[in-house]
Design a protein around this ligand. Structure first.
Ligand code: DGL
Length: 353
Protein backbone atom coordinates (compact mmCIF):
# COMPACT_ATOMS: atom_id res chain seq x y z
CA UNK A 1 0.00 0.00 0.00
CA UNK A 2 1.37 3.43 -0.94
CA UNK A 3 2.30 5.76 1.97
CA UNK A 4 2.15 9.41 0.95
CA UNK A 5 5.35 11.43 1.41
CA UNK A 6 3.72 13.77 3.99
CA UNK A 7 2.91 10.73 6.15
CA UNK A 8 6.51 9.40 5.87
CA UNK A 9 7.93 12.81 6.82
CA UNK A 10 5.49 13.07 9.73
CA UNK A 11 6.54 9.60 10.95
CA UNK A 12 10.23 10.50 10.69
CA UNK A 13 9.64 13.73 12.57
CA UNK A 14 7.62 11.95 15.28
CA UNK A 15 10.34 9.30 15.69
CA UNK A 16 13.04 11.94 15.87
CA UNK A 17 11.06 13.86 18.51
CA UNK A 18 10.44 10.69 20.48
CA UNK A 19 14.14 9.77 20.36
CA UNK A 20 15.17 13.31 21.33
CA UNK A 21 12.68 13.27 24.18
CA UNK A 22 13.94 9.90 25.41
CA UNK A 23 17.54 11.08 25.07
CA UNK A 24 16.66 14.28 26.90
CA UNK A 25 15.08 12.23 29.71
CA UNK A 26 18.23 10.14 30.20
CA UNK A 27 21.12 11.62 32.20
CA UNK A 28 24.35 12.64 30.45
CA UNK A 29 27.26 10.66 31.90
CA UNK A 30 30.91 11.05 30.93
CA UNK A 31 33.21 8.04 31.34
CA UNK A 32 36.81 9.09 31.96
CA UNK A 33 39.02 6.04 31.39
CA UNK A 34 42.42 5.69 33.05
CA UNK A 35 43.29 2.00 32.39
CA UNK A 36 43.49 -0.88 34.87
CA UNK A 37 42.07 -4.36 34.71
CA UNK A 38 38.66 -3.13 33.63
CA UNK A 39 40.52 -2.23 30.41
CA UNK A 40 42.61 -5.38 30.63
CA UNK A 41 42.93 -8.32 28.23
CA UNK A 42 44.01 -11.90 28.89
CA UNK A 43 45.29 -14.51 26.40
CA UNK A 44 42.33 -16.85 26.99
CA UNK A 45 38.92 -16.78 28.66
CA UNK A 46 40.41 -18.91 31.42
CA UNK A 47 42.87 -16.11 32.33
CA UNK A 48 40.93 -14.41 35.11
CA UNK A 49 44.06 -13.36 37.01
CA UNK A 50 46.84 -13.38 34.39
CA UNK A 51 46.36 -10.60 31.85
CA UNK A 52 47.67 -7.23 30.74
CA UNK A 53 45.99 -4.22 32.34
CA UNK A 54 45.30 -0.98 30.46
CA UNK A 55 44.80 -2.33 26.94
CA UNK A 56 41.16 -1.68 25.90
CA UNK A 57 40.28 1.92 24.89
CA UNK A 58 37.25 3.69 26.36
CA UNK A 59 35.13 3.51 23.20
CA UNK A 60 35.50 -0.29 23.17
CA UNK A 61 34.65 -0.44 26.89
CA UNK A 62 31.43 1.43 26.14
CA UNK A 63 30.63 -0.80 23.15
CA UNK A 64 31.14 -3.88 25.36
CA UNK A 65 28.15 -2.80 27.50
CA UNK A 66 25.34 -1.87 25.06
CA UNK A 67 22.94 -1.71 28.03
CA UNK A 68 24.57 1.58 29.03
CA UNK A 69 22.44 3.28 26.35
CA UNK A 70 19.29 2.22 28.22
CA UNK A 71 20.24 4.18 31.32
CA UNK A 72 22.24 7.20 30.15
CA UNK A 73 23.60 9.21 27.25
CA UNK A 74 27.23 8.16 27.58
CA UNK A 75 30.37 9.85 26.25
CA UNK A 76 33.89 8.48 26.72
CA UNK A 77 37.25 10.21 27.25
CA UNK A 78 40.62 8.48 27.51
CA UNK A 79 42.37 10.33 30.34
CA UNK A 80 45.23 7.81 30.68
CA UNK A 81 45.86 4.19 29.75
CA UNK A 82 47.89 2.90 32.72
CA UNK A 83 47.91 0.27 35.41
CA UNK A 84 46.95 2.16 38.55
CA UNK A 85 50.10 1.26 40.53
CA UNK A 86 51.69 3.76 38.14
CA UNK A 87 49.57 6.69 39.30
CA UNK A 88 51.54 9.71 40.54
CA UNK A 89 50.67 12.98 42.29
CA UNK A 90 50.84 14.73 38.91
CA UNK A 91 48.37 12.30 37.38
CA UNK A 92 46.04 12.74 40.36
CA UNK A 93 46.11 16.51 39.83
CA UNK A 94 45.55 16.19 36.07
CA UNK A 95 42.62 13.81 36.53
CA UNK A 96 41.12 15.89 39.33
CA UNK A 97 41.23 19.08 37.28
CA UNK A 98 39.54 17.34 34.35
CA UNK A 99 36.81 15.93 36.61
CA UNK A 100 36.28 19.39 38.09
CA UNK A 101 35.99 20.99 34.64
CA UNK A 102 33.50 18.35 33.46
CA UNK A 103 31.43 18.73 36.64
CA UNK A 104 30.96 22.43 35.83
CA UNK A 105 29.44 21.64 32.42
CA UNK A 106 25.64 22.03 32.35
CA UNK A 107 25.40 19.09 29.90
CA UNK A 108 27.13 16.69 32.33
CA UNK A 109 24.96 15.07 35.01
CA UNK A 110 27.49 12.57 36.36
CA UNK A 111 31.03 11.31 35.87
CA UNK A 112 32.41 7.76 35.92
CA UNK A 113 36.15 7.13 36.22
CA UNK A 114 37.34 3.67 35.18
CA UNK A 115 40.50 2.85 37.11
CA UNK A 116 42.85 0.07 38.16
CA UNK A 117 41.90 -1.36 41.53
CA UNK A 118 45.38 -1.17 43.09
CA UNK A 119 45.22 2.56 43.87
CA UNK A 120 41.53 3.15 43.15
CA UNK A 121 40.90 3.97 46.82
CA UNK A 122 43.56 6.71 46.78
CA UNK A 123 42.14 8.41 43.69
CA UNK A 124 38.57 8.14 44.99
CA UNK A 125 39.57 9.74 48.31
CA UNK A 126 41.62 12.44 46.58
CA UNK A 127 38.63 13.45 44.42
CA UNK A 128 36.36 13.27 47.49
CA UNK A 129 38.63 15.83 49.18
CA UNK A 130 39.14 18.26 46.32
CA UNK A 131 36.38 18.34 43.66
CA UNK A 132 33.72 20.95 44.47
CA UNK A 133 30.56 19.46 43.00
CA UNK A 134 27.49 17.67 44.29
CA UNK A 135 27.09 15.79 41.02
CA UNK A 136 27.74 12.05 41.36
CA UNK A 137 31.36 11.04 40.70
CA UNK A 138 31.78 7.26 40.61
CA UNK A 139 35.10 5.42 40.45
CA UNK A 140 34.95 1.84 39.17
CA UNK A 141 37.29 -1.00 38.30
CA UNK A 142 37.24 -4.74 37.98
CA UNK A 143 39.14 -7.70 39.35
CA UNK A 144 38.96 -9.72 36.13
CA UNK A 145 39.69 -8.56 32.57
CA UNK A 146 36.77 -8.32 30.12
CA UNK A 147 38.21 -11.29 28.21
CA UNK A 148 37.73 -13.70 31.14
CA UNK A 149 34.79 -15.98 31.96
CA UNK A 150 32.52 -14.28 34.51
CA UNK A 151 34.24 -10.97 33.98
CA UNK A 152 33.01 -8.45 36.59
CA UNK A 153 33.85 -5.25 34.72
CA UNK A 154 30.74 -5.02 32.53
CA UNK A 155 28.25 -5.08 35.39
CA UNK A 156 30.53 -2.89 37.53
CA UNK A 157 30.60 -0.31 34.71
CA UNK A 158 26.83 -0.55 34.15
CA UNK A 159 26.26 -0.02 37.89
CA UNK A 160 28.67 2.93 37.92
CA UNK A 161 26.81 4.64 35.07
CA UNK A 162 23.44 3.99 36.78
CA UNK A 163 24.70 5.58 40.01
CA UNK A 164 26.44 8.46 38.21
CA UNK A 165 23.16 9.28 36.45
CA UNK A 166 21.07 9.03 39.61
CA UNK A 167 19.77 12.22 41.26
CA UNK A 168 19.67 10.33 44.60
CA UNK A 169 23.47 9.88 44.37
CA UNK A 170 24.03 13.65 44.46
CA UNK A 171 25.75 15.16 47.47
CA UNK A 172 27.08 11.83 48.82
CA UNK A 173 30.72 12.49 47.95
CA UNK A 174 32.79 10.40 45.58
CA UNK A 175 31.45 6.86 45.30
CA UNK A 176 32.89 3.48 44.31
CA UNK A 177 30.71 0.76 42.74
CA UNK A 178 32.30 -2.68 42.84
CA UNK A 179 30.52 -6.02 43.22
CA UNK A 180 27.03 -4.40 43.40
CA UNK A 181 28.08 -2.31 46.44
CA UNK A 182 28.08 1.50 46.61
CA UNK A 183 30.92 2.58 48.89
CA UNK A 184 32.21 5.95 50.01
CA UNK A 185 35.47 6.94 48.31
CA UNK A 186 36.69 7.92 51.78
CA UNK A 187 36.06 4.61 53.52
CA UNK A 188 36.55 1.96 50.83
CA UNK A 189 39.76 -0.02 50.56
CA UNK A 190 41.00 -2.98 48.53
CA UNK A 191 41.08 -5.65 51.22
CA UNK A 192 41.42 -8.79 49.05
CA UNK A 193 43.77 -8.89 46.08
CA UNK A 194 42.35 -11.83 44.10
CA UNK A 195 38.57 -12.01 44.54
CA UNK A 196 35.73 -10.01 42.94
CA UNK A 197 34.52 -8.95 46.41
CA UNK A 198 37.85 -7.16 46.82
CA UNK A 199 36.56 -3.85 48.16
CA UNK A 200 35.14 -3.16 51.60
CA UNK A 201 34.52 -0.31 54.03
CA UNK A 202 35.00 -1.07 57.73
CA UNK A 203 32.04 1.16 58.62
CA UNK A 204 29.90 -0.48 55.90
CA UNK A 205 28.86 0.35 52.36
CA UNK A 206 26.57 3.32 51.75
CA UNK A 207 24.24 1.08 49.76
CA UNK A 208 23.81 -1.31 46.87
CA UNK A 209 22.88 -1.01 43.21
CA UNK A 210 20.83 -3.91 41.88
CA UNK A 211 19.30 -4.21 38.39
CA UNK A 212 19.66 -0.50 37.75
CA UNK A 213 18.23 0.69 41.08
CA UNK A 214 20.10 2.22 44.04
CA UNK A 215 19.33 1.15 47.62
CA UNK A 216 20.83 3.54 50.22
CA UNK A 217 21.39 2.59 53.88
CA UNK A 218 23.65 5.36 55.22
CA UNK A 219 25.28 8.65 54.29
CA UNK A 220 28.88 9.93 54.81
CA UNK A 221 29.51 12.05 57.94
CA UNK A 222 32.98 13.37 57.13
CA UNK A 223 33.51 16.55 55.03
CA UNK A 224 33.75 16.04 51.28
CA UNK A 225 33.39 17.72 47.85
CA UNK A 226 31.23 20.83 48.29
CA UNK A 227 31.97 21.03 52.04
CA UNK A 228 35.72 20.67 51.60
CA UNK A 229 38.18 23.50 52.26
CA UNK A 230 40.45 22.00 49.57
CA UNK A 231 39.79 22.97 45.95
CA UNK A 232 41.45 21.08 43.08
CA UNK A 233 41.19 24.20 40.91
CA UNK A 234 43.52 26.00 43.37
CA UNK A 235 46.00 23.17 43.99
CA UNK A 236 48.94 22.94 41.59
CA UNK A 237 51.27 20.72 43.60
CA UNK A 238 50.66 18.08 46.23
CA UNK A 239 53.02 17.91 49.23
CA UNK A 240 55.41 14.96 49.21
CA UNK A 241 54.34 12.53 51.94
CA UNK A 242 56.01 9.17 52.53
CA UNK A 243 54.82 6.04 54.36
CA UNK A 244 57.04 3.89 56.57
CA UNK A 245 55.66 0.40 57.15
CA UNK A 246 56.59 -0.54 60.68
CA UNK A 247 57.53 -4.02 62.02
CA UNK A 248 59.73 -5.55 64.68
CA UNK A 249 63.33 -4.31 64.08
CA UNK A 250 62.31 -1.40 61.80
CA UNK A 251 65.35 0.96 61.52
CA UNK A 252 65.17 4.71 62.24
CA UNK A 253 66.90 5.24 58.89
CA UNK A 254 63.57 4.61 57.10
CA UNK A 255 62.13 7.79 58.63
CA UNK A 256 65.35 9.74 58.08
CA UNK A 257 65.24 8.72 54.40
CA UNK A 258 61.71 10.11 54.07
CA UNK A 259 62.85 13.43 55.49
CA UNK A 260 65.97 13.42 53.29
CA UNK A 261 63.67 12.90 50.26
CA UNK A 262 61.97 16.17 51.11
CA UNK A 263 58.80 14.73 52.62
CA UNK A 264 56.62 17.24 54.47
CA UNK A 265 55.09 14.40 56.52
CA UNK A 266 55.76 10.78 57.20
CA UNK A 267 52.88 8.35 57.75
CA UNK A 268 53.90 5.79 60.37
CA UNK A 269 52.10 2.54 59.44
CA UNK A 270 52.46 1.32 62.97
CA UNK A 271 51.89 -2.05 64.55
CA UNK A 272 48.79 -2.34 66.72
CA UNK A 273 47.32 1.04 67.56
CA UNK A 274 50.02 2.91 65.66
CA UNK A 275 52.70 1.90 68.17
CA UNK A 276 56.22 3.34 67.87
CA UNK A 277 59.25 1.30 68.99
CA UNK A 278 61.10 3.06 71.84
CA UNK A 279 64.38 3.11 69.85
CA UNK A 280 62.61 5.08 67.05
CA UNK A 281 61.12 7.82 69.26
CA UNK A 282 64.27 9.99 69.51
CA UNK A 283 64.59 10.05 65.71
CA UNK A 284 60.94 11.04 65.27
CA UNK A 285 61.33 13.78 67.90
CA UNK A 286 64.41 15.14 66.09
CA UNK A 287 62.65 15.02 62.70
CA UNK A 288 59.58 16.72 64.19
CA UNK A 289 61.76 19.52 65.55
CA UNK A 290 63.22 19.89 62.04
CA UNK A 291 59.68 20.42 60.67
CA UNK A 292 58.59 16.96 59.51
CA UNK A 293 54.98 16.19 60.45
CA UNK A 294 54.63 12.77 62.11
CA UNK A 295 51.26 11.06 61.47
CA UNK A 296 50.50 7.82 63.28
CA UNK A 297 48.40 5.39 61.26
CA UNK A 298 48.35 1.61 61.61
CA UNK A 299 49.19 -1.41 59.48
CA UNK A 300 46.22 -3.16 61.13
CA UNK A 301 43.37 -3.01 58.56
CA UNK A 302 40.48 -2.13 60.91
CA UNK A 303 39.83 0.10 63.93
CA UNK A 304 41.30 3.57 64.50
CA UNK A 305 44.38 5.09 66.12
CA UNK A 306 43.65 6.72 69.48
CA UNK A 307 45.38 10.00 70.30
CA UNK A 308 47.54 9.96 73.49
CA UNK A 309 46.89 6.25 74.11
CA UNK A 310 49.90 4.19 72.95
CA UNK A 311 52.00 7.36 72.53
CA UNK A 312 51.99 10.84 74.18
CA UNK A 313 51.01 12.64 70.97
CA UNK A 314 50.40 15.97 72.73
CA UNK A 315 53.90 15.85 74.27
CA UNK A 316 55.62 14.85 71.00
CA UNK A 317 53.41 17.14 68.82
CA UNK A 318 52.39 14.22 66.63
CA UNK A 319 49.14 13.69 64.64
CA UNK A 320 46.93 10.59 64.58
CA UNK A 321 45.31 9.40 61.34
CA UNK A 322 42.14 8.31 63.18
CA UNK A 323 40.54 5.52 61.09
CA UNK A 324 42.42 6.29 57.84
CA UNK A 325 44.75 3.55 56.63
CA UNK A 326 48.29 4.60 55.67
CA UNK A 327 47.57 5.15 51.98
CA UNK A 328 44.48 7.27 52.72
CA UNK A 329 46.39 9.20 55.39
CA UNK A 330 49.07 9.90 52.78
CA UNK A 331 46.46 11.34 50.39
CA UNK A 332 44.93 13.57 53.05
CA UNK A 333 48.31 14.79 54.31
CA UNK A 334 49.54 15.52 50.76
CA UNK A 335 46.41 17.61 50.11
CA UNK A 336 46.40 19.34 53.51
CA UNK A 337 50.13 20.20 53.34
CA UNK A 338 49.80 21.59 49.81
CA UNK A 339 48.95 24.77 51.72
CA UNK A 340 50.56 26.22 54.89
CA UNK A 341 49.58 24.23 57.99
CA UNK A 342 50.75 23.22 61.46
CA UNK A 343 50.26 20.08 63.56
CA UNK A 344 47.14 21.40 65.34
CA UNK A 345 45.53 22.31 62.01
CA UNK A 346 46.61 18.98 60.55
CA UNK A 347 45.04 17.09 63.44
CA UNK A 348 41.77 19.03 62.95
CA UNK A 349 41.82 18.06 59.29
CA UNK A 350 42.30 14.38 60.18
CA UNK A 351 39.31 14.57 62.55
CA UNK A 352 37.08 16.26 59.96
CA UNK A 353 37.95 14.47 56.70
N1 DGL B 1 47.69 -3.48 37.78
C1 DGL B 1 46.50 -3.39 38.59
C2 DGL B 1 45.88 -2.00 38.46
O1 DGL B 1 45.88 -1.45 37.35
C3 DGL B 1 45.48 -4.40 38.15
C4 DGL B 1 44.42 -4.56 39.17
C5 DGL B 1 43.07 -4.10 38.67
O2 DGL B 1 42.92 -3.08 37.97
O3 DGL B 1 42.11 -4.77 39.10
O4 DGL B 1 45.42 -1.47 39.47
Amino acid sequence: MFTPLWKKLALISLTATALTTVAAEKPNVVILATGGTIAGAGATTANSASYQAAKVPVDKLILSVPELANVANVKGEQAFQIASESFTNDRLLELGKRVSALSKQADVDGIVITHGTDTLEETAYFLNLTVHTDKPIVVVGSMRPGTAMSADGTLNLYNAVVVAGSPDAKGKGVLVTMNDQIDSGRDVTKSINIKTNAFSSQWGSLGMVVEGKNYWFRAPVKRHTMQSEFDIDKINQLALVEIVYSYGNVPASMYEAAAANGAKAVIHAGTGNGSVADRIVPTLQKLRKEGLQIVRSARVPAGFVLRNAEQPDDKYDWVVAHDLNPQKAKILASVALSQPSNSKELQRIFWEY
